[in-house]
Design a binder for this molecule. Sequence first.
Ligand code: TYD
Length: 231
Amino acid sequence: MPSTNISVGNDMSATFMTPTGLFISFEGIDGAGKSTHIAVLAQAFEAQGRAVTLSREPGGTPLAEKLRTLVLHDAMDAMTEALLVFAARRDHLQQLIAPALARAEVVLCDRFTDATFAYQGSGRGFDLSTLQYLEQLVQTVQGPEGDFILQPDLTLWFDLAPLVAAQRLADTRLPDRFESQPVDFFTRVRAGYLQRFEQQPQRFARIDADQPLQAVWQSVLQAVRQRGWLA
Ligand code: TYD
């Protein structure tokens, strides 16, 4: 199996061998129902003998989980929020994602950078060009053919109307700082996801999340099978 050297940023201690790892992220507004499908997709990969690393953002490492608690529960301005989610992402990428990809594992991640563009960018109105700069700074890795920005191989975007999502979330649990936002906020977040989808359509699969669970699962399976990653 061919292998390549990859290192995160300028930190040469983080040089990894990456043969055939697979990085899949799951996105959508709160209440879109992605969590169930992450677990089932993990089982599907494991059934075919692949090692799977399950993770989430913000979070995934002890440090990033501490930052998650702050971001989800403490009041802060949009820039602080953006810097904290990217700080968490940097640690997550270095400590967990890149090493797992280097072991040729399948990394299934509940949210990644598209969420920052959707929530902090479109939702909160934070400057998109600054987010682009941070994305480049935090996610640039060195490969055999030079530097590139590490992105998921596939992003499954669970899309549905904010009102439907809000109805699903109602009565389920105590809302965090994002879940307690008005429907207008999620209308902007959804538009943010659409913008990312239109910018990089080849990386995305848009899943119609306003269907029965089994139908949503079939759409997920189809997106992954189409790419030849599951039989
Ligand atoms: P979520 O992924 O929905 O987890 P849970 O199912 O436990 O509620 O919650 C994470 C929240 O963090 C979600 O509301 C979106 C928000 N978020 C951002 O605002 N920016 C980011 O970059 C990320 C990764 C998440």
